[in-house]
Design a protein around this ligand. Structure first.
Ligand SMILES: Nc1ncnc2c1ncn2[C@@H]1O[C@H](COP(=O)(O)OP(=O)(O)OP(=O)(O)O)[C@@H](O)[C@H]1O
Length: 488
C-alpha cells in the first residue's frame, strides 16, 4: 500500500530523517514508535504530504504520492494530526461533514444519502452522535480528538494516518477507539499508520511496529519480537521490563522506577505467632509466587498468614471465608497471603539461614493425616480437601527472575518430598511412600533487592539454601506433629 524508499528530511541544517526505507501492507495496523524528537511526526507529515519530499520516494498503491491531485489523495488518505485543528464556530456534525469534501463532485456538489450515512456512522462510531449539534468549543479535549477522528472516518479513506490518536483520552475511550480502528482494518481492509507513545497499546493493536531512533530505523517487525528489553532500553535510554500479558499472547512493557534499598539491613521481616495464627510481616512488599488459599499466583505482599482451623473445619467456600477472616482481623487483603492448617501452631518449625549473598527464613507447619503419594494417587477413588496440610513459606532477601521463582518452587517441593521420605510418611490408602498431602501450600517470596538470581535450581547457591532450609524445617515440623499425636 505504502512504499517508503530512501527518504531523508532536514529542517534547515538539521537532518532529522536519514535514509528510511520500509513498506506498509494493505489492511495492516502499522505503528511508529520512538523517543521524543526521533522524527515520527516528520515522517507522518511526509506521508500525508503536509511536508514536501526532499530526498527519496514514497509510493502509494505504486504511484508517487506527489502525482495524485489533492482530491484523489484525499479519497485515499485521511489524517488525524497530533493537535487536531478544531474549527471553532462549527457544530460537531458540520465538522464531520467536511470529511466528505473529497467525495463531492466539484462541478455539481450534491449532498447524497451516502454522505449522510457516512457522517452518521462516523459520529456513532466515536460515540458523538448524541452531541452532533454541540458547538466544538463545548467539547472536552478527548471529545475533540474523537470529533476529528470522525471527520477522518467520514472521508472513508483507504489509509488513515494518525499522530498519537489516543491523546487526551481516558482508558475506556482509548480501547474503544483502537478497537474501532482494528475492526475497520479487519473488515474494510483499512490501512492504519499510527504514532504511539504507549508501548503497551502499540503492542496490543499493531501488526507491525517501526522503531525510530534519531531519524533512523532502529528496528521493524511484529511487536512480540520487537519489544525486547534490550532493544527498548537502547532506543528509549531507560530501564524497562518486559512481561507477558496475563490474558492474550502479547508483550507488556513496564517502567522500572529507581528502588530505594530497604533501610534497615537486618530486619527484613518480623514473625509473630499465637495459637490462632502465625503472621510474618515484611518491611517492604515482597514479590510472592504461591499456591496459597488467598493471594495465589504472583502477587506483591507484605503479610503472610498461616491460620489454625480445627480438624473438623468444613466450609464449601473456604477462600471466601478466609478473606472474611482476614478482613475481620484488619489485614489488607490486597497485600496479604493467607493459608490454613489444622496443625497446632506451636508445632511450626522455623529455619533461618544466611550467607554473604542471601538471607532466608522458612516456616513450615506439617500435618500428614491426608498424606498422598502423587505417583499412586490415581489408584485412590477418594477426593480429599480437608485442612491437614503441609504449609511452607520461604522468604528470601534476594532478587529472583521468574525462572528462579519456578525453580525455587521445584527445589522446595523436592526438599519436602525428601523430608517425608526420611520421616517415613506413608499414604494410608495406597500404603506407599507419601510425597505430600492433598492440600499443601507453598509460598516463595522475595524482596527483589540485593543479589540477582537468575536460577534457583537445586545445585545453585540459592537452591542449596532453600533445599536445606525446607528439608530441615519440614522434618522438624513433622517430628513435632507426630510427637503430639503420640501424646494424645
Ligand atoms: N518545523 C520544524 N522546524 C525545525 N525543526 C523541527 C520542526 N519540526 C520538528 N523539528 C525537529 O525535528 C526533530 C524531529 O521532530 P518530530 O516532531 O518529527 O519528532 P517526534 O518523534 O514526532 O517527536 P515527539 O515524540 O516529541 O512528538 C526534532 O528535533 C524537532 O525539534
Amino acid at each position: 500500500m505504502i512504499k517508503v524508499q530512501h527518504v531523508s528530511y532536514q529542517y534547515g541544517e538539521q537532518k532529522v530523517l536519514h535514509d528510511l526505507s520500509f513498506t506498509v501492507r494493505s489492511g495492516e495496523f502499522f505503528g511508529i514508535l520512538g523517543p521524543n524528537g526521533s522524527g515520527k511526526t516528520t515522517l507522518l507529515k511526509l506521508l500525508s504530504r503536509e511536508l514536501p519530499l526532499q530526498e527519496g520516494t514514497i509510493l502509494l498503491e505504486g504511484k508517487q504520492i506527489e502525482r495524485y491531485t489533492p482530491k484523489q489523495f484525499a479519497r485515499l488518505v485521511a489524517v488525524l494530526p497530533q493537535h487536531a485543528d478544531v474549527s471553532f464556530g462549527y457544530a460537531v456534525q458540520e465538522m464531520v461533514e467536511l470529511g466528505r469534501y473529497a467525495h463531492q463532485s466539484s462541478l455539481f456538489p450534491r449532498w447524497t444519502k451516502e454522505d449522510e450515512q457516512a457522517v452518521e456512522q462516523a459520529l456513532r462510531s466515536v460515540s458523538l452522535y448524541e452531541k452532533k449539534n454541540e458547538p466544538l468549543e463545548h467539547l472536552s479535549g478527548g471529545e475533540r480528538q474523537r470529533a476529528s477522528l470522525a471527520r477522518a472516518l467520514a472521508q472513508e479513506p483507504r489509509v488513515l494516518l494518525l499522530d498519537e490518536p489516543t491523546n487526551h483520552m481516558d482508558l475506556a475511550q482509548q480501547l474503544k477507539l483502537l478497537d474501532l480502528l482494528k475492526k475497520r482494518v479487519r473488515e474494510k481492509q483499512l490501512t492504519v499508520v499510527a504514532i504511539f507513545h504507549d508501548l503497551n497499546l502499540a503492542a496490543l493493536y499493531c501488526d507491525r511496529i517501526l522503531l525510530l531512533r534519531e531519524g533512523k530505523v532502529a528496528s521493524i517487525g511484529n511487536p512480540h519480537d520487537l519489544l525486547e528489553e534490550e532493544t527498548l532500553q537502547e532506543v528509549f535510554q531507560t530501564p524497562l521490563k518486559r512481561q507477558e500479558h496475563p490474558l492474550v499472547p502479547k508483550a507488556l512493557v513496564t517502567l522500572m522506577p529507581t528502588q530505594e534499598e530497604m533501610k534497615n539491613e537486618k530486619e527484613k521481616w518480623a514473625v509473630s505467632a499465637s495459637d490462632e495464627m502465625i503472621v510474618i510481616q515484611t518491611v517492604q512488599p515482597f514479590k510472592a509466587l504461591s499456591s496459597a488459599l488467598v493471594g495465589a499466583g504472583f502477587r506483591w505482599a507484605t503479610t503472610f498468614v498461616n491460620r489454625y482451623v480445627p480438624l473438623d473445619y468444613h466450609c464449601d467456600e473456604a477462600e471466601k471465608e478466609m478473606r472474611e477472616y482476614l478482613q475481620r482481623h484488619q489485614f489488607d487483603e490486597q497485600w496479604t497471603i493467607g493459608m490454613m492448617t489444622a496443625v497446632q501452631l506451636e508445632d511450626a518449625a522455623y529455619v533461618s539461614l544466611a550467607d554473604e549473598s542471601f538471607r532466608l527464613l522458612t516456616v513450615v507447619t506439617a500435618g500428614v493425616g491426608n498424606a498422598v503419594d502423587s505417583a499412586n494417587a490415581w489408584r485412590r477413588d477418594d477426593v480429599l480437601f480437608a485442612p491437614g496440610t503441609i504449609n511452607i513459606v520461604v522468604l528470601l532477601d534476594a532478587h529472583l527472575s521468574e525462572a528462579a521463582y519456578v525453580q525455587a518452587m521445584m527445589t522446595a517441593t523436592e526438599a519436602k518430598v525428601k523430608a517425608l521420605y526420611d520421616e517415613a510418611v506413608f499414604d494410608p490408602k495406597t500404603n506407599t511412600m507419601a510425597t505430600g498431602t492433598s492440600t499443601d501450600s507453598l509460598v516463595i517470596a522475595a524482596s527483589q533487592q540485593n543479589e540477582y538470581c537468575e536460577y534457583a535450581g537445586t545445585i545453585t547457591p540459592l537452591g542449596k539454601m532453600i533445599g536445606r532450609a525446607v528439608y530441615e524445617a519440614t522434618r522438624e515440623a513433622l517430628k513435632r506433629y507426630r510427637k503430639r499425636k503420640e501424646r494424645s
